[in-house]
Design a protein around this ligand. Structure first.
Ligand code: SF4
Ligand code: SF4
Length: 353
């Protein structure tokens, strides 16, 4: 057994023990705090990406006062990581203030951005907020990225943001790329660009069937393209720190080749998301609809929502309820795949590889 495979198996054992213990705590009603909470900070955005999953308008976003109150609750409850996503979070005038306050409360912060608004001053103020990881989206080489993002300056702004953040802050920089038929052929060239930018992590995902992408089949990879992507990731590992995004928490026969440790969908067990207007759901990529909402931060405390909600993720009954999962040999490695991908029945890795 190779060192990597040994480490993977050890972690798998740890994960199983953790899940068993979590099951017992769940039965007893003694649920620990999540490790990570994501804040879906706004639906406003300066770009109009063809694959955007973050759709829908809100009359009201959480106020600074509300989010400060939530950060206090998260810190007291023992949450470790606070991640900010959107929309474009930098469109919130109080964004830096929120980061700084989260840091003051001892939370490890990270955020995802398109990089457009990061100039020298913003990079300097972000550096003072002690952010652990900043994720910038780049979906291809210059022309491809600009056409996907429908903005001729979006690529140069994103690259410039990486350079500024690297020179002014100690934050780790990751680049998120959503792979689709429109950009799969530019990945090798993009890899060269990202290596020259000396980023810390390249996070690759595929399009999920939510938001604008829902009714656009041209954005989804064919089986051949998906396998090409997997092989590209395996080949690239020698040159760059690369991961496949979380919408494939299990990669079947490729899992050990790509991941150092096994993953699972963490919602309701390790993480959840606070929505733009305070409704709490499992994951920022899930539609913010009644079907996925577990409570609202204005009417209950975060701890109350976390402890009483999320049952469907915790009882893991999906692998018994789904006929295909029920007879699947991979069921206790995969646990039924990604809940967002279930939106259009595209969650099963066996359909791709
Ligand atoms: S059948 Fe279910 S458990 Fe098996 S790989 Fe597919 S989604 Fe995962
Ligand atoms: S629902 Fe999917 S994208 Fe969301 S946390 Fe789970 S695996 Fe990840």
């Amino acid at each position: 057994m190779s060192c990597m495979s040994f480490y993977y198996s050890l972690f798998k054992l740890k994960q199983e023990l953790f899940l068993k213990n979590f099951g017992i705590l769940f039965q007893l009603g003694k649920i620990n705090s999540p490790t990570s909470v994501v804040w879906d900070s706004t639906r406003r955005c300066n770009l109009d990406c063809i694959h955007c999953g973050s759709q829908g308008n809100y009359e009201k976003e959480l106020s600074l006062e509300e989010i400060i109150n939530i950060l206090g609750q998260l810190s007291l409850f023992g949450v470790k990581n606070f991640q900010i996503t959107g929309g474009e979070p930098l469109l919130r005038a109080d964004f830096i203030e929120v980061l700084a306050y989260a840091n003051e409360k001892g939370l490890i912060t990270s955020f995802a951005t398109n990089g457009y608004y990061i100039d020298e001053n913003k990079a300097k103020s972000i550096s003072k907020a002690n952010v652990s990881l900043i994720q910038i989206s780049i979906d291809g080489t210059k022309d491809i990225h600009n056409s996907i993002r429908k903005n001729p300056k979006s690529f140069s702004k994103a690259v410039n943001a990486i350079k500024l953040l690297k020179s002014h802050s100690d934050s780790k920089i990751s680049v998120a790329t959503t792979v689709m038929p429109q950009n799969i052929n530019s990945l090798a060239q993009l890899r060269g660009i990202l290596i020259s930018l000396d980023i810390d992590l390249w996070n690759i995902g595929t399009v999920m069937s939510v938001g604008k992408a829902k009714n656009n089949p041209s954005l989804f990879l064919s089986k051949e393209q998906f396998n090409r992507l997997i092989n590209f990731i395996i080949d690239s590992k020698k040159e760059i720190n690369i991961e496949i995004g979380e919408n494939f928490p299990y990669l079947g026969k490729f899992d050990k080749k790509i991941r150092r440790t096994p993953k699972m969908c963490p919602i309701g067990i390790l993480s959840c998301c606070i929505g733009v207007d305070g409704h709490v759901r499992g994951c920022p990529d899930q539609p913010d609809t009644d079907l996925y909402r577990e409570g609202r931060i204005q009417t209950e405390t975060f701890e109350e929502i976390w402890k009483k909600g999320f049952k469907r993720y915790r009882n893991r009954r999906i692998i018994e309820e789904d006929k295909k999962c029920f007879i699947c040999n991979h069921r206790t490695d995969c646990w039924g795949g990604c809940w967002v991908m279930r939106e259009n029945n595209s969650q099963c890795i066996l359909d791709y590889i």
